[in-house]
Design a protein around this ligand. Structure first.
Ligand code: NAP
Length: 514
């Protein structure tokens, strides 16, 4: 099958053993890993028309990854053909599509299928799913809906009545012709700093609305030479070596970020030097210099952001936005700036994903209701007490700013596949993580986070929830997460057995059942 061949969507089954919601890096990875472990009875429900998740959706100009591709890829599908050190969105999307087609799991995908509700039915011990294609049930539910999937739109008075093109960076309107247009970009996060330089030559003017200046570091991006690509393809071990080198180099950042924030000062010096060399205008230098410790918010890497801001036809506006009036954005000082298009690059609903409203556990409460008291909490970022047979990929405190999320996803996948295998081999039909185990796990996480730069660095970031808790980031070396998730720890769970497993129960081979 050609790599770009169209996918054929399957019918929604009435029941499946395992339902996976979403087919980005995590959901597709789950499908491939389950298939390899010999599980055939699963279905992937994907609201889009192909695999790829965030890399399918974020098609804004300049979109690229901040983690080198030799690390930001599946360990089971290393790619010797990456064309450059930091791949662009089209190349990553193409990679994921190719993995999906080659792994032979697309025949278990239902595309264009949005899950609107998932309710655990205790009496039947299964999940009942409502989807845009109808209803179905599943014994096990894997939530792979992603943390960066639901665009967050700014609540600016009048913006809905704006007289021009208006879209989010993650929902780029490719029909909107920006040639020669006056454009406003709201936000200066990872997406904005890529798209502004990419459209700067096309448009006549850009107003960039900055609420908080980000810290920037150099981007060591370059095309691979032909010799390097030949070596990646032909010399055994070179790809793995490259990957290990990138992994080790990135992991050293954890020492400063999580353990000793004072060490981050060295990065600040590099970033300040970058501002001095890349911007001529002293007033602009002042505006782009952050007022918090580097690392507190995600550190960004770019070589074209400051030069773009320094251009004649690009203005950085730091007065807050008051409203949108007709075709003008009005700042709090009363200045109105006319534009033809507004691009909102304001990030995603991470700690308040709409999917949390749709998943209801054994007491009927949604994940949002459960998370309302203390914020998002899970065990090993994967299971949540009161939500039997649910596994969440990229769940609470599994996020990273410095290295590859694919590494965390594959760690979770080890754990989930081992859990499913364990359930099958022991005749267990229901697992639910013990509340005391989950609480102890989270207390330890928060203790580790307390001294980190994300908590002490003096910034507000999407890493923190409404309670000020950091429920998004993993606060340690990632190999420690890999170690924690190597095996499914049945003792941490309350379990129920299949009726057919009564013999095993009589023999006492299953621990902790109720
Ligand atoms: P983001 O990092 O959350 O940045 C959102 C930006 O919008 C921030 O500058 C924020 O300001 C601003 N903003 C939010 N609401 C606003 C409002 N109401 N008025 C004015 N400004 C507002 O979002 P993102 O840039 O889309 O990136 C999200 C995440 O996606 C990244 O952290 C990263 O994990 C991932 N990502 C990665 C890459 C990459 O690998 N290269 C590229 C894009 C995205 P404040 O700082 O003041 O909140």
């Amino acid at each position: 099958m050609a790599d770009d061949s169209p996918v054929k969507s399957q019918q929604l089954p009435s029941h499946t053993h395992i339902a996976i919601v979403g087919s980005g890096f995590s959901g597709l990875g789950a499908a491939v890993n389950l298939e390899e472990a010999g599980h055939r009875d699963f279905v992937v429900l994907e609201r889009g028309d192909d695999v790829g998740g965030t890399w399918r959706d974020n098609t804004y100009p300049g979109a690229a990854c901040d983690v080198p591709s030799h690390l930001y890829s599946y360990s089971f599908a290393l790619n010797p053909n990456w064309t450059r050190s930091f791949s662009t969105q089209p190349e990553i999307e193409e990679y994921i599509r190719r993995v999906g087609r080659r792994a032979g799991v697309l025949d278990r995908h239902v595309f264009g299928c949005a899950v609107t509700r998932a309710v655990w039915r205790e009496e039947r011990r299964h999940w009942e799913l409502s989807t845009s294609h109808g209803t179905m049930t599943a014994d096990v539910l894997i939530g792979a809906f992603g943390a960066l999937a639901e665009p967050s739109l700014p609540d600016i008075p009048g913006i809905d009545d704006f007289d021009g093109a208006l879209f989010h960076s993650a929902q780029w309107d490719h029909d909107a012709d920006l040639t020669g247009k006056r454009v406003a970009v709201i936000g200066t996060g990872a997406s904005a700093i890529q798209l502004v330089p990419a459209i700067a030559d096309t448009v006549s003017h850009i107003d960039v609305y900055q609420r908080t200046a980000p810290w920037l570091l150099p981007r060591f991006d370059r095309p691979f030479t032909r010799v390097e690509r030949w070596a990646f393809r032909n010399i055994p071990g070179v790809l793995r070596l490259a990957r290990a080198g990138i992994y080790a180099a990135r992991e050293t950042q954890v020492v400063g970020l999580a353990k000793n924030p004072r060490l981050m000062k060295a990065f600040e010096l590099i970033s300040r030097a970058k501002i001095r060399t890349e911007i001529k205008d002293p007033e602009l230098r002042r505006k782009v210099t952050p007022n918090f410790r580097i690392g507190c918010k995600r550190m960004l890497i770019a070589n074209d952001w400051y030069p773009a801001l320094d251009r004649e036809h690009v203005d950085l506006i730091t007065e807050g936005i008051r409203e949108v009036d007709g075709s003008a954005i009005v700042t709090k000082d009363g200045t109105a700036r006319e534009v033809d298009a507004i691009i909102v690059a304001t990030g995603f609903h991470v700690t308040d994903s709409p999917m949390f409203d749709r998943i209801c556990g054994s007491d009927g409460r949604s994940l949002s209701q459960t998370f309302a008291d203390k914020g998002m909490r899970a065990y090993k970022g994967t299971t949540v007490a009161g939500y039997p047979n649910l596994f969440v990929l990229v769940g609470p405190n599994t996020g990273l700013g410095h290295t590859s999320m694919v590494y965390m996803i594959e760690s979770q996948l080890n754990y989930i596949v081992d859990a499913v295998n364990t359930m099958k081999s022991r005749g267990i039909t229901r697992i639910d993580v013990r509340q005391d185990v989950q609480d102890a796990y989270n207390d330890e996480l928060q203790r580790k986070l307390a001294g980190s730069v994300w908590m002490t660095g003096g910034c507000a970031s999407w890493y923190l929830d409404a309670h000020g808790n950091n429920t998004t980031l993993w606060p340690d070396f990632t190999f420690r997460f890999r170690r924690q998730t190597r095996r499914f720890d049945l003792d941490s769970y309350e379990t129920s057995l299949d009726i057919d497993a009564s013999t095993a129960r009589a023999k006492g081979t299953v621990r902790g059942f109720n």
